[in-house]
Structures are given as structure tokens and as C-alpha cells.
Design a protein around this ligand. Structure first.
Ligand code: HEC
Ligand code: HEC
Length: 227
């Protein structure tokens, strides 16, 4: 994992140098990011694809960020260095991986600017600021071994693991990758199946949510959707 993190830093740096004439050291992030804002933004923009224990997110499309950084942290890499790696990853993700697996979407997709977004879908007023906030937050918590309590409440699980892809008014979420659940109003049975096994662009959560959590989130969706 150490090698992997290092290679990300290298990729990000190479891109920074060629695209922007900024020095590589900054990784495009300012150390003034706010961790509180960063956590909220992470849940909305990133948690649907990444496990991060501190944020309680359970996405499985991208790597588990605690696992990705734990070894490097144990080897002495600092939070500030991680923050640079994360900022570089958000700005310059590998959208097309060598294995042909889908990579990570670019910043205009994960953190769309409000001027480019219609309606009340998730967006950020200041993308640079949002990247700094998320980078500082993830840099501080990823791989620390500090695990938040696994959420057991269906609404909390929904907000942290599902809302980035689904509209559900009761939860205040506005993701547009998957169906609007207020409109489709799925049964609990269907929700259990989709969450457990995934389908199409929806990832399976059976490896990152336990059966009780799947039950809870499915129950929540079936009762809250369309209200
Ligand atoms: C649609 C899914 C998706 C979203 C949303 C997403 N990522 Fe990713 N992310 C991925 C995938 C897939 C990879 C692995 C491919 C790659 O390495 O680029 C990845 C890789 C990463 C890595 C490198 C991990 C490692 O092993 O070194 C970091 C850090 C990261 N993402 C952070 C974020 C942050 C922060 C956000 C929110 C701004 C975010 N991701 C949003 C899918 C996503
Ligand atoms: C990365 C985006 C993404 C995430 C995260 C995600 N979904 Fe989905 N979801 C989708 C997509 C896309 C579909 C449509 C799948 C298909 O039928 O091809 C879908 C379908 C569904 C359906 C079926 C809806 C219908 O009427 O057909 C339910 C229920 C559902 N998701 C619930 C959830 C829950 C609960 C979570 C969190 C545990 C979640 N989703 C997380 C993208 C996502």
C-alpha cells in the first residue's frame, strides 16, 4: 500500500507540474482546510464509493481509505502528506485505470460547482476550498485505527452510504446516479436485494454493511420513500 500511495503522489505531482505551474509540494491544497466541513463534504461527495471509518461511510467502488493509508501512517507518513495525496487524487484522479476498471470521476463530477448545477443537487460554491477541507479531514483521520461506531440507524446509514447516488427527501439527499427513491418507492425486499447484491452501477454492500445494517437501511427506505 505504501508503494501505491507513493505512486499516487507521483502522478498528482507530474500533473500539477505540467498543467499548472505550481510547485509539486503543495499538491494543490492549502493547510487551512476545515475538518468539520471536510467531513460533511466527504460524506456527500465521496462516501458512496469509499469506506472511511471516521465518517461512517461504506462505499465499495473505490478502495477502503483506512486500509489504503494505515500502513503508510504506521511507517511515519504525516497527516499533512496524506492531505496532499488526497487533494492530488481529487484533482487528478485516474479516470481510466490500466485494468479497464472504472476509476474515480474528476473533481467537476465529485464536487460540481454550483454555477454548473441546476435544481437542488449537491454542489459546492468554492471547489478549491472544498478540496482543501476534504483533504485536511481525510488526511487527519484515514488509517488512524479510530473507528466511529458503525451506524445502526437506517436513516444515518442512508445518509452516509446511499445519498450521494439517490434522491430521498426525508433524508435530505440529492444524488442522481441511481433512481429517485421518492419516485420509485421500492419495497423493503427489493431494497435488501439491491443493497446486498448491487446491480448495474449500484455496488454491492454485503462486504461493508453487516446484515443488521442492511435490514435497517432497507426498512428505512421502504418507509421513508415518497413521504
Ligand atoms: C464514483 C466513485 C468514486 C467517488 C465518488 C470518489 N472516488 Fe475516490 N476512488 C474511486 C476509485 C474507483 C478509485 C481507485 C481508482 C484510482 O486509483 O483512481 C479511487 C481512489 C481514491 C484514492 C486513492 C486511494 C489509494 O488506494 O491510494 C483516494 C485518496 C480517493 N479515491 C479519495 C476520494 C475522495 C476524497 C473523494 C470525494 C471527493 C472520492 N475519492 C470520490 C472511486 C470514487
Ligand atoms: C454509486 C451509486 C449508488 C450508491 C452508493 C447506492 N446506489 Fe442504489 N442504485 C444505484 C443505481 C445506478 C441503481 C439502479 C440499478 C439498476 O437497476 O440497474 C440503484 C438502485 C437502487 C434501488 C432500486 C430502486 C428501484 O426502484 O429500482 C434501491 C432500493 C437502492 N438502490 C437503494 C440503495 C441504498 C439503500 C443504498 C445505500 C446502502 C444505495 N442504493 C447506494 C446507485 C447507487
Amino acid at each position: 500500500m505504501r508503494v501505491r500511495v507513493a505512486s499516487f503522489a507521483a502522478v498528482a505531482c507530474a500533473t500539477v507540474v505540467t498543467v499548472v505551474s505550481a510547485g509539486c509540494g503543495s499538491g494543490g491544497f492549502t493547510s487551512e482546510g476545515s475538518q468539520g466541513a471536510g467531513k460533511q463534504l466527504f460524506v456527500q461527495a465521496c462516501g458512496g464509493c469509499h469506506v472511511l471509518a471516521d465518517a461512517g461511510t461504506a462505499g465499495t467502488i473505490g478502495p477502503n481509505l483506512d486500509d489504503a493509508f494505515a500502513q503508510a501512517r504506521a511507517d511515519g507518513m504525516t497527516s499533512a502528506t496524506f492531505a496532499q495525496v488526497v487533494a492530488g487524487q481529487i484533482r487528478y484522479p485516474i479516470a481510466q485505470t490500466s485494468t479497464g476498471e472504472p476509476g474515480m470521476p474528476d473533481a467537476d463530477t465529485t464536487l460540481p460547482r454550483c454555477e454548473d448545477v441546476e435544481g437542488d443537487a449537491f454542489c459546492v460554491e468554492d471547489q478549491d476550498r472544498a478540496i482543501s477541507d476534504i483533504a485536511v479531514y481525510v488526511g487527519a483521520v484515514a488509517g488512524t485505527g479510530v473507528t466511529a461506531e458503525r451506524p445502526t440507524d437506517g436513516k444515518t446509514i442512508f445518509t452516509t452510504s446511499c445519498g450521494s447516488c439517490h434522491v430521498l427527501a426525508d433524508a435530505g439527499t440529492a444524488g442522481t446516479v441511481g433512481p429517485n427513491l421518492d419516485q420509485s418507492r421500492p419495497s423493503k425486499e427489493l431494497a435488501v436485494d439491491r443493497v446486498t447484491n448491487g446491480r448495474g452501477a449500484m455496488p454491492a454492500f454485503k462486504g461493508s454493511l453487516d446484515p443488521a445494517q442492511i435490514e435497517a437501511v432497507a426498512e428505512y427506505v421502504a418507509t421513508a420513500a415518497g413521504r
